[in-house]
Design a protein around this ligand. Structure first.
Ligand SMILES: Cc1cc2nc3c(=O)[nH]c(=O)nc-3n(C[C@H](O)[C@H](O)[C@H](O)COP(=O)(O)OP(=O)(O)OC[C@H]3O[C@@H](n4cnc5c(N)ncnc54)[C@H](O)[C@@H]3O)c2cc1C
Length: 431
């Protein structure tokens, strides 16, 4: 087997373990190899670390970028890094944090690639003030269907730049990227926890605490009035700036095998939620970067709790004007069904710059809901789609596996070239 291009075939899935498809994984070691994969295959889709939930990086042929993972330059004075697209955020942190830098925007998982961050235009817990990943992106190199390498930035190949941010890999393969970092002087966060007895209390807590740069909430969908908790945070300023900064991770535990599908049922979820809501927490406490930003990373393969059938994540965003009443309508629709989400994440979002045409967040609130994949889940998603559409909302395509084709409010036909086609793109185009 050539070391320039590693090939393997296996049954592949995203983080949700649904859907699944047999795929040939082509893993080039350099850009010559990337070009060869593009030329030799009629259709292919770039795949980073496969942490999108649904079918965004699934196809019969996938181009894995994981071997393109080098840091190309790091300006420690100005906090600008350039790296290959397959570099994992978690690996970059080990270089950035000791030099006093962190990501301006990070999702709730660090095992994703820079290419995946661009193609999904990921957002973090600070969207109202920091925007999406694209806001801090200086430039990237993209290999298109012709094998040409285009340097894309706000001044060069501008249309392609904005098409690719949140473009789900449909414009080509991102090879490398340069982006601006955030200065930090400590590796700790001051975290404030607010508990709310109902949904209005939860949303009001976000509104009342806008001064905190980071915020993410949890909603107990098994409780009568949708009680929950919001975790706000800010970076701590170091008292002694000379302290060495080290990115320390929580010790990792692993879920070694798939749990039986019945493990997560309405009763067990209710019991978990009761425990989580009533867990003793200090109103304010100091936590590590890893604990605040990536709490789930401490439990590897936690998706196996959902069993071999996997899960379906539904993340939708509603415009501000419809957020309070709309969230309630969505949660009522879920309550009337037999389906019970396990993990939930509530976030507030700021304005979307007009050029960021494919970014998911719109000014308002989003809620991500992880449902065990039961027989009835698709019927519920249909109802949620209809409601979210009527409320002028949208869904996040990187989490999608089964929503109606218009729900991402993106037309894959606008991307022209169908060389870069995933099951997601095919599914939307088929309608
Ligand atoms: C536990 C968990 C928490 C998460 N939290 C958040 C969150 O808070 N905010 C958020 O925004 N997202 C979140 N996500 C989603 C995740 O950040 C995105 O799906 C991200 O794109 C995954 O990156 P990846 O490298 O695994 O890419 P993959 O899943 O492999 O691919 C995702 C998309 O990017 C494309 N792509 C990948 N690499 C390239 C490349 N080099 N060139 C062109 N296209 C490429 C693929 O074609 C695909 O369309 C979360 C996911 C998990 C599992």
């Amino acid at each position: 087997m050539s070391t320039i291009l590693k090939k393997s075939t296996k049954s592949l899935a995203g983080w949700a373990n649904y859907p699944r498809c047999k795929a040939e994984i082509l893993a080039p070691a350099d850009r010559v190899g990337v070009r060869a994969v593009i030329f030799e295959n009629e259709q292919v889709i770039a795949r980073g670390n496969g942490k999108s939930y649904g079918d965004a990086s699934l196809a019969p042929k996938v181009l894995s970028t994981l071997r393109l993972n080098q840091v190309l330059s790091f300006d420690t004075e100005n906090g600008v890094i350039e790296c290959e697209a397959g570099a994992l955020l978690g690996d970059l942190l080990k270089v950035l944090v000791p030099a006093g830098w962190f990501f301006q925007v990070t999702p709730g998982i660090k095992e994703i690639t820079v290419g995946g961050a661009i193609a999904s235009d990921v957002h973090g817990k600070n969207h109202p003030n920091a925007g999406c990943f694209s806001k801090h992106l200086i430039s990237f190199e993209l290999m298109t269907a012709s094998g040409e390498i285009k340097c894309c930035s706000r001044n060069e190949n501008t249309t392609l730049f904005w098409q690719s941010c949140g473009g789900m890999g449909w414009t080509g393969v991102v090879l490398s990227a340069r982006f601006q970092l955030l200065k930090i002087t400590s590796t700790t966060m001051l975290q404030k926890t607010v508990m709310a007895k109902d949904l209005d209390g939860l949303l009001s807590a976000f509104e009342a605490n806008r001064a905190w740069p980071y915020a993410a909430g949890w909603v107990d969908c098994t409780s009568k009035h949708w009680r929950g908790t919001v975790f706000f945070a800010e970076h701590q300023q170091a008292r002694t700036p000379t302290n060495p900064l080290v990115f320390s991770e929580a010790p990792k535990r692993n879920v070694p095998f798939y749990a039986p599908s019945w493990l997560l049922n309405p009763l067990s979820i209710r019991a978990h939620n009761h425990f989580f809501f009533n867990k003793k927490r200090k109103e304010e406490e100091v936590v590590t970067l890893d604990k605040y930003f990536y709490p789930l990373d401490a439990l590897q393969n936690w998706n196996r709790f959902y069993g071999k059938r996997g899960l379906v994540q539904y993340q939708f965003c509603l415009p501000e004007i419809n957020s309070f009443a709309g969230m309630r309508q969505v949660l009522e629709t879920i309550r009337k069904s037999q389906e019970v989400p396990f993990l939930t994440v509530l976030k507030r979002h700021g304005e979307r710059p007009p050029e960021a045409i494919h970014s998911f967040p719109i000014q308002g609130y989003s809620l991500a809901l992880d449902f065990p994949r039961t027989r009835g889940i698709f019927e519920l998603i249909k109802k949620l789609d209809a409601l979210v559409w009527q409320l002028d909302g949208k869904i996040y395509l990187t989490k999608d596996a089964c929503s109606a084709p218009q729900m991402g409010r993106v037309n894959p036909a606008d991307f022209g070239e169908e060389k870069f086609t995933s099951l997601l793109r095919e599914r939307i185009l088929a309608h």
